[in-house]
Design a protein around this ligand. Structure first.
Ligand SMILES: NC(=O)c1ccc[n+]([C@@H]2O[C@H](COP(=O)([O-])OP(=O)(O)OC[C@H]3O[C@@H](n4cnc5c(N)ncnc54)[C@H](OP(=O)(O)O)[C@@H]3O)[C@@H](O)[C@H]2O)c1
Length: 230
């Protein structure tokens, strides 16, 4: 039996990932910061609701302490943050987005590390974004390869830092499979449903990396089409 925690799973890609993992037999702890929204979503798909606000040390600690064991963590909760060009985004804008998109995954992962270390096949999936790729941002025209690339330094820098943490944690914990994934531009509330992929397509790489075995990759950055340049 595989027990999987997904943060921010009451809607969007997290909910779809939860649904897919339940279909293949995982016990899914459906993380949601709002108890009612979490309970409703969990009841809809047969998950176990877990209140967890990734910006709150107390909430994350309480959630971790309520668990008997954990095999898979999907750090999915995220926000776009302030959509402002370089020069207009302030440190406060960055901090607000980092609280959820960067410090959130660190809080949750650190809190559940002892549980993961007791699992026979521990897996961590950090839901990142191609917008966090420094290789892409450094190109003369990033939109040549990715028509959906946009200059959003607040969001992109959080995901770039998350990618570095993926590499660092993977090196520090070689018994775990720890990867970053880019779901691709997916129609969810996150982008006012302007995304060009379905949630089923977006969740594909999250599910694939969440179900990777001991011989699977670690310390990598993947989309459903293959490796993504850091
Ligand atoms: N959609 C895309 O095109 C796309 C592309 C690349 C990467 N991503 C990444 O994929 C992940 C999921 O995105 P999505 O499109 O599914 O977004 P979404 O539909 O907006 O869902 C975001 C989820 O995060 C939760 N959340 C926000 N703040 C939270 C907090 N402090 N604690 C716990 N949960 C919190 C939300 O909960 P509430 O309902 O309570 O607000 C919601 O469940 C994000 O990390 C995003 O950066 C998305």
């Amino acid at each position: 039996m595989t027990t999987t925690l997904i943060t921010g799973a009451n809607r969007g890609l997290g909910l779809e990932t939860a649904r897919r993992l339940i279909d293949i037999g995982h016990t899914v702890l459906l993380g949601a910061r709002d108890a009612r929204r979490g309970a409703e979503a969990a009841a809809e798909i047969g998950a176990v609701p877990l209140v967890i606000d990734v910006t709150s040390e107390d909430s994350v600690r309480a959630a971790a302490e309520s668990l008997d064991g954990l095999d898979v963590l999907v750090n999915n909760a995220g926000v776009p943050g302030a959509v402002l060009p370089p020069g207009q985004a302030s440190p406060a804008d960055l901090l607000a987005a980092y609280e959820i998109n960067l410090f959130g995954p660190v809080r949750v992962l650190n809190a559940v590390l002892p549980l993961l270390e007791s699992s026979p096949n521990p897996v961590v999936v950090n839901v990142s974004s191609r917008l966090g790729s420094i290789a892409a941002a450094a190109k003369p025209d990033p939109t040549a390869d990715d028509p959906h690339w946009i200059p959003v330094p607040v969001y992109s820098s959080a995901k770039a830092a998350l990618n570095m943490l993926t590499a660092q944690y993977a090196r520090a914990f070689p018994a775990m499979r720890i990867n970053s994934v880019c779901p691709g531009f997916t129609a969810t509330d996150f982008n006012g449903h302007r995304g060009v992929q379905t949630v089923a397509e977006g969740a594909e790489i999250i599910v694939r990396m969440a179900t990777t075995g001991p011989d699977g990759p670690t310390g990598g950055f993947f989309s459903r089409h293959g490796e993504v340049a850091w």
